[in-house]
Design a protein around this ligand. Sequence first.
Ligand code: DCP
Ligand code: MG
Length: 596
Amino acid sequence: MADEFRDDEILGKAYDSKLMKRLLKYVKPYRKYVLLAILLNIFVAALPTVRPYLIKIGIDIYIANKDYHGLLIICSILLGVLILQSVVQYYLAYYTELMGQKIIFDLRVQLFTHVQKLALKYFDKTPIGRTVTRVTNDVETLNEMFSSGIVSVFSDVFVIIWIFVFMFTMSWDLSLVTLSVVPILFYATFLFRKKVRESYRGIRKHLARLNSYMQEHITGMNVVQIFGKEKDEFKKFSEINRNYRTANIKSILYYAVFFPFVEFLSALSVALIIWYGGGEVIQSSLTIGVLFAFLQYTEMFWRPVRDLSDKYNILQSAMASSERIFKLLDDQTFVNEPQQPKTLQKITGEIEFKNVWFAYNGDDYVLKNISFKINPGQTVAIVGATGAGKTSIINILSRFYDIQKGSILIDGVDIRDVNKRELRKHIATVLQDVYLFSGTIKSNISLGNKDITEKQIIEAAKTVGADKFISSLPNGYDEEVKEKGATLSVGQKQLISFARALAYKPQILILDEATSSVDTETEILIQRAIEKLLVGRTSIVIAHRLSTVQNADKIIVMHKGEVRETGTHQELLAQKGIYYRLYQLQYKDQEIVKTA
Ligand code: DCP
Ligand code: MG
């Protein structure tokens, strides 16, 4: 458990030069925007700080000398500065947001392409939720840094610098008195940051737990309801939820103390100005205008200081997010492409396994020394107990995983010498559990392949016998598929997946027959569909139906990762070995549906 969430607890430094360097690569194509944003920031930072100075001139020169005309000019300038500030701020907000969105868009594209290339091995070991979090939440955190964090740090720093400049040009000693509280502020900020950092780690940890619990729970909702586990699960949820709340409250506490304290300090510096500056005014060594300007500058001074500590948090979470994102981008769990690929344009469909050894992990072999040959156009049935390694055989044939020893040849060419795309072009696989995407029935059959026309889709559906039920749907082939096909029956989903395979016109067909039983009518439909699918192509069928097994040219019997028997139905029965026993146990009572 602890290990599983370690990634989400990573809480980097607020600034990590190595990470920053890598992040800046994404900014590079948009450096014009960055430059523009920084310049605008410096400019926009100066504008509000000019105002108190202008007011000071208005008070000390024009009001003091009863100069209406001059006062009018000063007020016009003030108004002009205000308008200019609004205009610049508009462009600034627009361009920084635009830049952030562009950078994040690129990053998301890169992440998604990378995830698509990852081998199934990666997905076996990584919870889906975590990968999704990388592409969504973590990327969003970076967006916050790019569009509001990094650039406006410049603005905050420059506002402070400008305020200093104006203050010190007006009065040295009053500046020093005003800023005497700053060391206290810095120390308080330092303490606050440390505490917030700790509590932030807690929040992230508990949030990750909450998310992954929710995801698992909602995905498995049917099991929870079937077994009436709602109360127990609710208890677990409550605890996780409570922990998350506690972590949040803790962090809120720090904020609740820190911000009023900053408020207090700012009020204190105002009091100092009135006391010290006011004294100087009485002694006539300071003008009222300067006193007024100082009061305004102190007000202005505290906002960027407070913002900076917020920015620190943004920067810190952005660093942590980028660390996690880069970790995913650096994951090299790929199925390697050959250096010099051989072509496999047109194939006859001959398949040969030569002493194949395969393990998902280390040397935990699930396939041991497998050898067999399938001639073009033949149908081979693979049978065996659950966990025997049947699905693994088809996984390695399409190179979803690479084998450790031996070789797999298609038309005499080692499949590792062919590009994955080209290899998979020839092989259509119908999996044990059918996966339907959101979209229409039509798009689920063609999988968005533009080369497959509507006519071909309907033809494929007709051939496998899916046309009848599809046509009876309210929108026919354009019916929306909801939630992975939750509104379709298991048999209907099977038929759609058959049509999908057929529309693809592969030379090699792999079928991992579903174990779930369907009603007799659908059973007949499926059986006929399978027969149609097998015609004229090399097929490997992981068979659970006696009819499929009996009609196969060859049956391979798997047992604990090894091929134990091969032969036809009659030959194997005569051997009275594993197949014979399997037949007695599993197939004998199966209703053999006569296919007319
Ligand atoms: N296995 C694994 N990692 C995976 C898939 C499977 O470690 N990603 C293991 C579990 C089994 C062995 O490999 O011990 C063989 O699994 P198969 O899926 O090949 O088994 P079958 O397809 O024969 O079983 P079933 O009839 O239940 O589908
Ligand atoms: Mg299987």
